[in-house]
Design a protein around this ligand. Structure first.
Ligand code: SF4
Length: 697
């Protein structure tokens, strides 16, 4: 009833990369309801997380005061009760906490040794991501700064940068309305990008050919013309076989290849060895199905390819994306309405945080730190001297460097490596070893358990700032309620820390940060704070102050030398560990509809926690029968890294030799089990494949 509402504020859902626009209904100083509004990505729609997963911001576990670890605290470990923090921490004033945080980091400041590193967050705004990377670079002189893109689409970005010249999507997902064929591979949008999935379903219902490829029989299969449930880790063999058919039957687009690509002859020659008949045993898909799919894709008037972390989180994740790029290029399916390459971004601002330079090898807009001219330009914008030309360490490399004693202090904003990193005990040991750890967050995350200083931050609906979704749409998030207690917006905290580290930062409003970003980021040309206030969203690139932005890019060539995209052939690389007699099954991890990432927000959202309160895994009914376990019973999952006990669900979507485990539950943390082996290009861990033993618990 609108009479019960004091205010309505337009903002952006804080969960997935779809970036749905929301209307927050406020009563007093509380958000009491969330409705969808007509944003460019959601057109009024919301999923269960956006609609019902908002009351975590009013949860009694919110951090409301700065905290400093007590001198007599027990040894660091995952041992703090979030309802009783004062056993380990003392409440402090902001001055005391900021002095302690900055003092500890400054003591470790050492340009040559790179003793300090930072994990920023895709949960924060563009301005906050920008300031975070600026703090590490300007304040510590090096590039040891990264965020969760490393665990998400780093391999996709590596392949796109290499072959297309840009890491962002070439077309918005909404362009599917102009397509007649679409591939969705290694993604489960029905659970992870639910509003995007509604567009995919509509596409199929109006006769579009939807080809779904995944080792799990994901929710979209009901709408698919083909469901290719291939063997885990066998993506390259399947995709190369499809491309083999397109070459063999000369179904490729000669004109497009000649006009817009390079290295075609090498790709063509490479694909000869990958006939569907030869690849059938590798990928488990009948040769005839591979041939049909090849003909269907090559025969499309307009086709799109969507992919998710089932593609990217492998040691051959970059190769998987190279194959998808090659498939689109050889059929000329980039640069027109209804065509394109679209890695579905995970977190709501992982695109924006990456654009803002929160990565160790790039400054904002993917400008290399190794380029003297680029560094000089940012030194001028920042009015400070040079910083290192050496690429920084990535998320997983930083934790290795902590073990090696090279990195001794960290500033972590909104990330939760004590839950999200592969082989998580290694990450937890690293956090415990740090001489000085500053954590800034809205809850006492598992990572904050190890902190020396905890800085309480504002949640998304408590601050203003821009975010950029999977579609390249820069959107305005707005504060609807005030932060609890002493909590403050992240950008204010980072600035206060910077000033104590001797940096002359004096932003009086977050819009001034956006204005500074525009000086170094051509992608923001024609996008101003005022425009975003008025229009809510502008897609980049925007070609004029009136242009709402380009939904489809690269119609007239690519941002690479000569304007040409590249074919990079990919070979089959086996997963890093194979099942054997001791660990005979395959573990794969991911998310589920109700819970977001490490669960810090959604497990504190009343409705979502009520629907999905318990750690669970999915096993095929026949596997459960063999184990003698009833659905709802407990199983023990063991890999070479560790063991968890978890409730088992019967699920025909997983094959009998596979187990799926969501990573949101600390009591059965999936990443105790996962393999930290890395893709050599994107440096992304192999979350999607580990050899596992499953037993009745
Ligand atoms: Fe939020 Fe994503 Fe759901 Fe939209 S689809 S409401 S952005 S979680």
């Amino acid at each position: 009833d609108s009479r019960d509402i004091d205010a309505e504020v337009a903002s952006i859902c804080p969960f997935c990369g779809v970036g749905c626009q929301v209307s927050l209904k406020v009563k007093g100083d509380k958000v009491v309801r969330v409705d969808g509004i007509n944003g460019p990505a959601n057109e009024g729609r919301l999923c269960v997380k956006g609609r019902f997963g908002f009351d975590y911001i009013h949860h009694p576990h919110r951090l409301t005061r700065p905290l400093i670890r007590r001198d007599d605290a027990p040894p660091k470990g995952l041992n703090v009760d979030p309802g009783n923090l004062l056993t380990h921490f003392c409440e402090a004033t902001w001055d005391e906490a900021l002095d302690a945080a900055a003092g500890g980091l400054a003591r470790l400041r050492d340009d040559t040794g790179r003793r300090v590193a930072g994990f920023g967050s895709a949960k924060c705004s563009n301005e906050e991501a920008y300031l975070f990377q600026k703090l590490i670079r300007q304040g510590f002189g090096h590039n040891n700064v990264d965020h969760c893109t490393r665990l998400c689409h780093a391999s996709s970005v590596a392949a796109l940068m290499e072959n297309v010249g840009s890491g962002a999507v070439t077309a918005t997902f909404n362009q599917i309305e102009h397509a007649d064929v679409a591939i969705v591979i290694g993604a489960n949008p029905v659970e992870n990008h639910p509003v995007a999935a509604t567009y995919f379903k509509q596409f199929a219902k109006r006769g579009g050919k939807l080809i779904v490829m995944d080792p799990r029989g994901v929710g979209l299969r009901r709408f698919a013309t083909h469901m290719l449930q291939f063997k885990p880790g066998a993506d390259v063999s399947m995709l190369n076989a499809i491309m083999h058919v397109i070459v063999e039957e000369e179904l490729y687009d000669r004109q497009y290849i000649a006009a817009y690509t390079e290295n075609w002859e090498a790709e063509k020659a490479h694909l000869k060895a990958f006939s569907p008949e030869a690849m059938e045993p590798h990928c488990g898909i009948p040769a005839e199905t591979l041939r049909q799919v090849a003909r269907e894709f090559a025969g499309a008037r307009a086709a799109m390819i969507f992919w998710g972390m089932g593609v990217s989180q492998h040691i051959h994740g970059t190769d998987n994306s190279r194959c998808l790029i090659s498939l689109a290029l050889m059929c000329g399916q980039v640069g027109r309405p209804g065509t394109g390459l679209h890695p579905l971004r995970g977190q709501n601002n992982v695109q924006g945080a990456s654009d803002a330079g929160l990565i160790p090898m790039f400054l904002p807009d993917y400008q290399p730190v190794t380029d003297d001219g680029v560094r000089a330009a940012f030194s001028e914008i920042w009015a400070s001297g040079d910083f290192s030309a050496e690429k920084g360490l990535t998320v997983t490399e930083i934790l290795d460097a902590v073990h090696a004693g090279e990195v001794r202090g960290m500033y972590i904003l909104g990330e939760n490596p004590a839950m999200s990193d592969p082989d998580v005990e290694h990450a937890r040991d690293a956090l415990a070893r740090l001489e000085h750890l500053v954590v800034q967050d809205i809850f006492l995350t598992e990572t904050a358990n190890y902190a020396d200083v905890i800085l309480p931050a504002a949640a998304f609906y408590e601050k203003d700032g821009t975010v950029t979704n999977t579609n390249r749409q820069v959107q305005m998030g707005r504060a609807a309620v005030t932060p609890p207690g002493d909590a403050r917006p992240d950008w204010e905290i980072t600035m206060a820390l910077a000033r104590r580290l001797g940096l002359d930062w004096a932003y009086t409003d977050v819009s001034e940060v956006f204005a500074e970003m525009k000086r170094g980021m051509k992608s923001l040309d024609n996008i101003t704070w005022d425009r975003l206030e008025d229009e809510g969203a502008v897609t980049y690139p925007s070609l004029s102050p009136e242009d709402p932005g380009q939904a489809v890019v690269f119609g007239d060539g690519f941002p690479r030398a000569g304007g040409r995209a590249r074919f990079t052939p990919a070979d089959i690389v086996a997963p890093a560990e194979a099942p054997d007699a001791e660990f005979p099954m395959v573990l794969t991890t991911g998310r589920q509809l109700e819970h977001w990432h490490t669960g810090s927000m959604t497990r504190r959202a009343t409705v979502l926690d009520a629907v999905e309160p318990e750690a669970n895994c999915s096993l095929h009914p026949s596997t459960l029968r063999k184990l003698g376990v009833d659905p709802g019973g407990l199983v023990r999952l063991t890999t070479r890294r560790g063991s968890v006990t978890v409730m088992a669900r019967a699920d025909r979507a997983v094959s009998p030799d596979m187990v799926f485990l969501p990573f949101a539950y600390v009591e059965a943390a999936a990443n105790i089990l996962t393999n930290p082996a890395l893709d050599p290009y994107g440096k992304i861990p192999e979350f999607k494949y580990a050899a596992v033993r499953v037993e009745k618990a």
